[in-house]
Ligand binder design. Structure first.
Ligand code: AMP
Ligand code: MG
Length: 517
């Protein structure tokens, strides 16, 4: 293990003002052995500019944010672009493999990610109480795993990853975090010429199903065992005494993934590229590419234009997650040793997913504990939303008003979503009213409270991201900063933010994105 504590010691602290703690990094993953990683240093960015910082993510590491202090902003920009010599000294990139769109893709690896090391958290109450947080640069230059890629990330996709991963965390959905975004005038060629940026990501681990697949399918079973032991010790210490740690690990991955996907479904998040190399062994959201939040509800919606058959569409995410878990089970089989036990562990996906999904929808609709007829009521609601292409986020949020004031007509903005099926809406609302008719005033108020915590007002809608990106590409980060601020509190209506809660304008068209980032 190597230590690097020189980075980010605050020059202001020498002058006697508030001292910022140094980012003290250790590089434990490298200790697993040379077959797990390579050490090509980040290239960094010319003329780096610090654009956005997540205060909450910085707090995790005990870092004081630089705010408007120019010297400290410059220091952050150097550090989190990969320019800082001390920080880049210990950087590694890891090797993994994966199944992409259902096909074995062979060896992949961090093609543009550099792991600087891991830092001890200063706030162990956050994010599941993980003690160590890996600090990773995305887009700081090529690695031995870049294949034909340039190792860069463009500003557009870096803004999307920064805003969405932080938004997801505030939506209480397990996710890697984004510490900051640094950009540069460095040109990067995609469908058109764009500019480069680096997002610094944090996670207790960036291990993917694909890491296990790599060592399994290349016959490196001793390394696979070391990887499983490392993962158990670090991420799943409750399995330390498990008779079959690989089986225990699989079972935990199944459980966490199932709960994650239920959360995605409920908030209308579509990942877009659920390849096994984009599936975290923690069961957290990772690798924000062509993701999308559903606006007009269509169960077959995918934001990814390269996904012609809708493999990763909203409705298919649970089945795909299970498929990916089967791939993980296959990879772990040499250690598990018992095919039936591995199969059973994956079959438990439904036992974890179904109740989580049920509870999520019960909360969104204000139904409380499930009753026999509730699955029909929920399904008919989903069918109605789909028939009307009603806005997912807005319809659920406004349903809270309907439940709060059962005697009043539904809000106009709500009714408008269902204009195509007005009678069907009335019939369904009648069933909902009947279902909730036994509640007294206090119980109803409590139900509404729960609904407000299950139905966000604000999500990173595609058209809002597009607007903010277009501005940022002209050098104005005002809209990015505004979105970041509002998405930190997605549950509460905020003043002067009606535009951020509104559906996409009709001429915006369905949000679609390519994989290029
Ligand atoms: P993704 O589809 O973003 O999950 O990426 C799949 C693989 O391609 C991963 O191994 C990435 O590290 C790699 N990759 C994606 N974009 C680039 C890039 N611009 N340069 C190098 N490697 C990349
Ligand atoms: Mg990826």
């Amino acid at each position: 293990m190597s230590w690097n504590s020189s980075a980010l010691s605050d020059p202001a602290s020498d002058a006697g003002s508030t001292p910022a703690p140094a980012l003290r990094l250790r590089q434990e993953f490298a200790g697993l052995g040379p077959e797990f990683h390579s050490t090509r240093a980040p290239l960094g960015l010319p003329g780096p500019r610090l654009r956005v910082v997540s205060e909450e993510a910085a707090r995790l590491l005990g870092l004081a944010t630089p705010d408007a202090d120019r010297a400290r902003c410059a220091q952050w920009a150097e550090m989190f672009s990969g320019n800082d010599a001390a920080a880049r000294g210990g950087a590694i990139s890891t090797v993994y493999a994966g199944h992409q769109f259902g096909n074995w893709a062979g060896q992949l690896g961090d093609g543009r990610a550099h792991l600087l090391g891991e830092a001890l958290t200063h706030d162990p109450t956050q994010n599941g109480g993980h003690a160590w947080w890996e600090v990773q640069l995305k887009g700081a230059g090529p690695t031995p795993y870049s294949r034909r890629g340039d190792g860069r990330a463009v500003l557009r996709s870096s803004i999307r990853e920064f805003l969405c991963s932080e938004a997801m965390w505030h939506l209480r959905i397990p996710t890697t975090r984004a510490l900051c975004l640094v950009d540069s005038d460095l040109p990067v060629a995609r469908e058109r010429l764009e500019t480069a940026a680096v997002v610094t990501r944090l996670s207790p681990s960036f291990l993917r199903f694909g890491h296990f697949e790599h060592f399994s399918h290349s016959g490196q079973h001793a390394a696979l065992r070391r990887l499983v032991d490392y993962t158990v010790a670090r991420l799943y210490p409750q399995l330390a005494d498990h008779a079959n740690p690989a089986l225990g690990l699989l079972r935990e991955a199944v459980r966490n993934t199932a709960v994650l996907i239920a959360a995605w479904q409920c908030v209308g998040f579509v990942h877009g590229v659920m390849n096994t190399d984009n599936m975290s062994i923690l069961g957290w959201t990772i690798d924000y590419g062509p993701f999308g939040f559903i606006d007009a509800f269509d169960p077959g919606y995918t934001p990814n234009t390269t996904d012609a058959f809708g493999r990763y569409a909203w409705a298919r995410q649970p089945a795909v997650a299970r498929w990916n878990l089967l791939a993980l089970a296959q990879a772990l089989l040499p250690l598990i040793g018992d095919e039936q036990a591995a199969r059973d562990a994956v079959e438990a996906f439904a036992d974890d997913f179904m109740p989580a999904m049920r509870d999520g929808m019960q909360a969104k609709l204000g139904l409380g504990a499930a009753r026999d007829d509730d699955p029909d009521l929920v399904q008919d609601w989903l069918d109605l939303l789909a028939a009307c292409r009603a806005d997912w986020t807005l319809s659920h949020r406004l349903l809270t008003d309907v439940v709060a004031r059962p005697e009043a007509p539904p809000p106009a903005a709500f009714a408008r979503q269902f204009a195509a099926q007005a009678q069907r809406l009335q019939d369904w609302l009648q069933r909902l009213r009947l279902r909730l008719s036994g509640l007294d005033a206090a119980q109803r108020a409590q139900r509404v409270e729960h609904m407000l915590r299950a139905n966000p007002c604000y999500v990173p809608r595609h058209h809002l991201l597009q607007q903010a990106i277009a501005q940022a590409q002209r050098g104005d980060f005002g809209a990015v900063l505004r979105l970041h601020r509002v998405l930190r509190d997605p549950w509460r209506e905020q003043p002067d933010c009606e535009d951020l809660a509104a559906p996409a304008p009709p001429d915006a068209g369905p949000p679609v994105l390519s994989c290029s980032s």
